[in-house]
Design a protein around this ligand. Structure first.
Ligand code: ADP
Ligand code: ZN
Length: 594
């Protein structure tokens, strides 16, 4: 009986059905045609070349820039009983030679290689001798010089097509924008490829964005909702990474720091721990994340504002690759915006680049201030239309709007009357009518605006101020110690020609009101916990990450269905023949005990 894509999916991978365009992509390659695949993280890109690799004659050559990732992917394939190997600098000479021999003699179905090795004369001659089923070029956006992941070796990959015109190629990336897409097609000479663009929506990720008030406490509140789960907390500086990791450890979390200032060894150790153990919280700068394909990251938290919507999307996208409910949480404040604007302006870049930097930041701040669905705003940034999602903080807890015209006028006047020379703190003190030394010194208690805002709290004024800055009625001059200045857009408001609707600040009670995640995980289920303990032991014995053995989603389904026989167990998604053979009895024993 000959295999079909679907029968392989069922038998080898243990999944009941293809997702989205997977089936069409597989068909394209099996038929010998080229494909460009744009799919979000967690979309299921790997199967798009793994299944054709099994169906076509010969060995698939997978180009991947990330060594750590290769190792885990190959381990996962071997677990499924697939002849897979990698060639990279981590192998010693003898081991590498063995892999090369297996490749040429047709023992392998998938071979992962780093691009620099692929282009060596030695490997090129191996390619001539071996039978290549297809070329898969992962992280294809690395060919783009405008992106931040540019890899010069990727430019050499177009040579593959010249030398092996009959071998189909598939390029894959999770980077969305159209400029990069066009660059991939030309640079990799993929003009004739079929292009598959999946939706960039990640419906299982819940987006939550709050104002930064007491960041540490807010973070702890959030993390307590995710006790025992793995996640990433992003901070903008190394110092903050260290401090936050310490604070989390004190609060009882298994937290580890990760940033570019740490030595390689410690960094590697922390990364391994995060990948291999359950429930580790990684506190990191952006140095962490590229190529982390741990499927069960349950949350990504931002303690500082990322630089752009693209950055936010990429970083939050590391949560929930397994399709299970996950959260993207962020606390941001005006200070984040001010700091970033200063970075942009003080940078070396040309003016045109600075303008782009500001525009990107504006777009992100727009997302943070959105008074309607975050997902709609996020996807529309990538040119995708969608409906209110019901799974973001705005949909779940619509903000109340109030007519802030009068408040805006008061604040704008206070800025104007004090001479547009002072920062937020002083202007708000004037509004509140405080008796500070500075107010005394400048005689600001004599102004008509002194104390006109005393009926509101400091917190309310900060929220008003932030929104006026974000909307461009006020700007923060960081060349003058953060002095606030009016812009032309402030005029119609001051003249009473325009009303200003503002978001009310979140009441404390509303914030702590927990909304359950879409699926009740019920992680307290003792059987699920026993299964996880069994998996941890098994993974440790084999020296592979836990998810290589079985995914959380699979364990959960087992816990819920409590199968009693191998046949019943086999019906559960994520258990192919090989895994059933290897772990079936052990899993049934855990179920029988639990
Ligand atoms: P990507 O490389 O696009 O980020 P992966 O290929 O790592 O995504 O797949 C993400 C997760 O989804 C993996 O855990 C994978 O096993 C799972 N997956 C992929 N395709 C399917 C499918 N058709 N059915 C069930 N699970 C799938
Ligand atoms: Zn929504």
């Amino acid at each position: 009986m000959s295999d079909t894509p679907l029968s392989l999916l069922n038998r080898v991978f243990g999944y009941p059905a293809f997702r989205g365009e997977q089936a069409a992509i597989v068909d394209t390659l099996v038929a010998g045609d080229d494909a460009l695949v744009l799919m979000p993280t967690g979309g299921g890109k790997s199967l798009c070349f793994q299944i054709p690799a099994l169906l076509r004659e010969g060995c698939a050559v997978v180009v991947s820039p990330l060594i750590a990732l290769m190792q885990d992917q190959v381990a996962a394939l071997q677990e499924l009983g697939i002849a897979a190997a990698f060639l990279n600098s981590s192998l010693d000479g003898a081991a590498a030679m063995q892999v090369e021999r297996d490749f040429v003699s047709g023992q392998l179905k998938l071979l992962y290689v780093a691009p620099e090795r692929l282009l060596t004369p030695r490997f090129q001659s191996l390619l001539e001798q071996a039978h290549v089923a297809l070329f898969a070029i992962d992280e294809a956006h690395c060919v783009s010089q405008w992106g931040h992941d540019f890899r010069p070796e990727y430019l050499g990959l177009s040579a593959l097509h010249e030398r092996f015109p009959e071998v189909p190629r598939i390029a894959l990336t999770a980077t969305a924008d159209t400029a990069t897409r066009a660059e991939i097609l030309t640079r990799l000479d993929l003009g004739a490829a079929r292009v598959f663009v999946a939706s960039f929506d990640r419906p299982n990720i819940r987006y939550r964005i709050s104002e930064k008030t007491e960041p540490r406490r807010q973070l702890l509140d959030f993390l307590r909702e995710h006790a025992g789960e793995a996640g990433i907390v992003y901070c903008s500086t190394r110092k903050k990474v260290e401090e936050t990791a310490d604070a989390l450890k004190q609060a009882g979390f298994t937290a580890l720091p990760y940033h570019g200032g740490m030595d390689n060894d410690t960094r590697r150790r922390h990364q391994e721990k995060f990948l291999r153990e359950d429930g580790v919280v990684m506190v990191a700068t952006l140095a962490f994340g590229m190529g982390i394909d741990k499927p069960d990251v349950r949350f990504v938290a931002h303690l500082d504002l990322p630089r752009s919507v693209e950055g936010y999307y990429q970083e939050t996208g590391r949560a929930g690759r397994d399709g299970e409910p996950a959260e993207a949480w962020m606390a941001w404040g005006l200070q984040d915006v001010v700091t970033q604007r200063r970075f942009i302006d003080e940078g070396e870049a040309e003016d045109s680049h600075k303008r782009i930097g500001h525009a990107k930041l504006d777009a992100l701040v727009g997302l943070c201030e959105a008074a309607s669905c975050r997902r709609v705003a996020l996807l529309s940034y990538f040119g995708e239309a969608s409906q209110a999602c019901g799974n973001c903080d705005v949909c779940l807890n619509p903000p109340t709007l109030w007519d802030g015209t009068e408040a805006a006028q008061k604040l704008l006047s206070a800025v104007y009357r004090t001479g547009q020379r002072f920062g937020a703190g002083h202007v708000i003190d004037v509004l509140l009518g405080k008796a500070t030394e500075k107010i005394d010194r400048f005689g600001h208690n004599q102004l008509s605006v002194f104390g006109i805002g005393a009926s509101q709290t400091d917190k309310v004024w900060r929220a008003v101020l932030r929104q006026l800055v974000v909307r461009g009625l006020l700007e923060v001059d960081h060349t003058a110690y953060g002095a606030l200045k009016l812009t032309v857009a402030a005029k119609p408001v001051l003249k009473g020609e325009e009303t200003v609707m503002l978001r009310a600040i979140e009441a404390r009670a509303a914030r702590s009101k927990k909304t359950r995640l879409a699926v009740d995980h019920n992680d307290e289920d003792p059987l699920f916990l026993s299964l996880r303990a069994w998996r941890r032991e098994t993974a440790n014995e084999k020296g592979v990450p836990a998810y290589v053995i079985l995914h959380d989603a699979t364990l959960r389904e087992i816990a819920a269905r409590r199968p009693a026989t191998l046949a019943e167990l086999g019906e559960i998604s994520g258990l192919g023949t090989k895994k059933l053979e290897a772990y079936g009895e052990a899993v049934l024993a855990v179920v029988a005990e639990g």
